[in-house]
Design a protein around this ligand. Sequence first.
Ligand SMILES: [Mn+2]
Length: 262
Amino acid sequence: MKVGLLGDIHGNARWARHAIEVFGARGIATVVQVGDLGVAHGGTEIEKWDRANKLLRVHGMTMLVAPGNHEDYDHIDALEPRADGWIPFRDRILLAPRGHRSELGGRSVVWLGGAGSVDRHARRQRGEWQGRRKLWWEQEAISDADIERAVAGGHAEIMVTHEAPAPVPSIERALGGRTPFKAHDREYAAHVRAALTRAVDAIRPAVLVHGHHHRIVRDGWRHPDGGGATRVFGLAAEYSHGGLGVLDTATLEVEHLAFDTM
Ligand SMILES: [Mn+2]
């Protein structure tokens, strides 16, 4: 089974429509979106997501989402989960609660969204300036209860996350150097990443697919006891090379697609 992979889109419905057309042309029926979808509601957001949902329906496609750190979690928390656990943002756009389990092409999958925002301080401040508009949600952080739920089902072959485990050499290299972010926000983000890493260590998936770092990652996370490694594939963000990908569930290989793919 070929599964479409969609990186962070930050609410860009135009890029989402492009992705749906690309995957539709390849006969793909299931799209995994790795968070920072841009969940929002009210005003023009309603029609925007209704239209994206309609396009998914036209292509007979479903988008499965591991929510990120830039989502309206107050809205997500107000949605009623279905009997199978999926949270319907729309009937074709399903959000995975933290620790959700499903299958893709006969492979076991565990979903664990969330990440700590390194720009937490700036988002709170900008929200204040914009008339107390909410730009940061504390529910973005992965809690101990989230980890317990994720780990409870034991091993899974595939893990879909927003944040990446640590360390992943190519991500650490990219994060090195100067940063505009406050030390306590960087510590907070690292703390959330460490929480995710504990879950990955307990689940030990063969493959982990993530977003958040806005870059192509084709790397690995070594199991701390030296017993093996999880292959780590990161998707880039909207309008970038590697912002789209394809996972072959038979081989567990991931292909990153070029920006101009159609
Ligand atoms: Mn993002």
